[in-house]
Design a protein around this ligand. Structure first.
Ligand SMILES: Cc1cc2nc3c(=O)[nH]c(=O)nc-3n(C[C@H](O)[C@H](O)[C@H](O)COP(=O)(O)OP(=O)(O)OC[C@H]3O[C@@H](n4cnc5c(N)ncnc54)[C@H](O)[C@@H]3O)c2cc1C
Length: 424
């Protein structure tokens, strides 16, 4: 007969669920992991362009966004990135560093998932996939420390299998860990279950939105951007909250690339963003100086030949059509200083209003989530319900691009597993 009673049941077999499971199992706990998907760790497999940017050499609380900026500090400081790197090295997974301390697998993200699954197997973890969670209830009858949870489940059909026996199973445990992640990429198993469970136990949810996601544009600007699809340039992208000196990529849907994804973490609907297209040049000064020294030159000649920022011809010509069409063939001498100054300011601070983002369909993460004021930063245990824990992306902690979201998954899971073991 299948056992139904465990020390800990983890809902979600993603990065944080698997990592918490293996550490709890290694500490002698009987752990069951439940997931409705047909495969564990699907997002790990698609991460980092298939190479999984599994952590970063330089991790600091400033790389995370949360309504409570202090919440992530304790777990991150107790689980530095070299701890995870040590596990990767123990499993002989080849990896390399890219710019800004980002660590990627040399071969495939599958290496990281295989490592986690092997560690789970070694720790005797049971993982049940294709399992739909119907309800979670807590029975506090034995007093606060004697909580028993009951999770009712039914088998779930998926694309590759149909369910013949629809009999449900109810699992019991002393602790439940919610590791259901965020809402991004629903086709990979994302759902709002974690937020529903949190609300059921009296938690507040910080408003959720798609993040680390490209911006979309409509109207004329949308057309201009689409016409430049494939062009990539280094920029400084900013708004009043953050600024990033990173590449920008024009796509057939809008603006993407690391600078845009990073800025999306700090952007709210209806706001503008500012792009410095010439981060190494004060364009107003350049144009005014050239007007004095080479009055017969044209704006496009100066921008093409006298800046350190080498913009592709296609982009310069599109910007000309959009920004200085009326005096495209006018010599600098015949353009007012004020116009040149204004044009320079625009090129050093092109202000655009995205119509939105590509949304959860392509977003790498969900910003917002379970309010962290109601969760212990040391143990990840709910302050509303003893024995209930939240880890990973379901919490209102969102990392920058660069391996920070996985580092949060590992660190919060580790803190949780330690706390679970201490209670054994
Ligand atoms: C395309 C892409 C690329 C990324 N690349 C990187 C990267 O290179 N580096 C980085 O740091 N981060 C990256 N991320 C972000 C990273 O994948 C997540 O932050 C991380 O996986 C969060 O871990 P988690 O365990 O909290 O959630 P997840 O890994 O999303 O796991 C949640 C699990 O819960 C399960 N679940 C959800 N709802 C239910 C339900 N109703 N019932 C049962 N089970 C449920 C899901 O099936 C899933 O297995 C990327 C994300 C995407 C989408």
């Amino acid at each position: 007969m299948t056992p139904t009673s465990y020390d800990v049941i983890i809902i979600g077999a993603g990065a944080s669920g698997l990592y918490c499971a293996l550490h709890a199992g290694q500490r002698g706990l009987r752990v069951l992991v439940l997931d409705h998907a047909n495969k564990a760790g699907k997002k790990i497999l698609m991460s980092g362009g298939g190479r999984c940017n599994f952590t970063n050499y330089f991790v600091a609380p400033e790389h995370f966004i949360s309504a409570n900026s202090h919440f992530c500090k304790s777990a991150l400081s107790r689980y530095p990135s070299w701890e995870f790197i040590a596990m990767v090295e123990r499993h002989k997974i080849a990896y390399h560093e890219r710019e800004h301390g980002q660590l990627f697998c040399d071969d495939s993200a599958q290496d990281i998932l295989t490592m986690l699954l092997n560690e789970c197997q070694g720790a005797g973890i049971e993982i049940r996939l294709n399992t739909q969670i119907d309800s979670l209830s807590a029975d506090n009858a034995d007093g606060a420390d004697g909580t028993h949870f009951a999770i009712r489940t039914t088998p779930k059909a998926n694309k590759k299998s149909t369910v013949t026996d629809k009999t449900g199973t109810t699992y019991h445990s002393r602790a439940v860990v919610v590791a259901t992640g965020g809402l991004s990429i629903p086709t990979m198993g994302a759902s709002g279950l974690g937020y529903q469970l949190a609300e059921q136990f009296g938690h507040q949810i910080e408003p959720c939105s798609a993040s680390l996601v490209p911006f979309t544009f409509t109207d004329q600007i949308g057309e201009l951007i689409r016409s430049l699809s494939g062009v990539s340039i280094p920029v400084v992208a900013s708004n009043e909250r953050a600024s990033f000196r990173l590449p920008l990529l024009f796509t057939h849907r809008g603006l993407s690339g690391p600078s845009m994804l990073q800025l999306s973490n700090y952007w709210h609907t209806g706001e503008t963003i500012t792009i410095n297209l010439f981060p190494m040049t004060d364009v107003s000064e350049l144009l005014l100086t050239h007007k004095q020294q080479h009055p017969k030159q044209l704006v496009r000649t100066v921008l093409a030949e006298y800046t350190e920022d080498k913009l592709p011809k296609k982009l310069l010509s599109a910007l000309q059509t959009h920004l200085w069409h009326d005096y495209r063939d006018t010599e600098l001498a015949n353009i007012k200083d004020e116009q040149l100054r204004l044009l320079g300011e625009t090129l050093n601070g092109w202000t655009l209003k995205p119509s939105g983002t590509e949304g959860y369909r392509t977003a790498e993460v969900t910003r917002g989530g379970v309010n962290t004021d109601e969760v212990s930063s040391k143990t990840m245990e709910s302050k509303q319900q003893k024995g209930l824990y939240f880890i990973g992306e379901v919490l209102d902690v969102t990392g920058w691009l660069g391996g920070y979201n996985f580092q949060w998954a590992w660190a919060s899971s580790y803190a949780c597993a330690q706390a679970l073991a201490a209670k054994k």
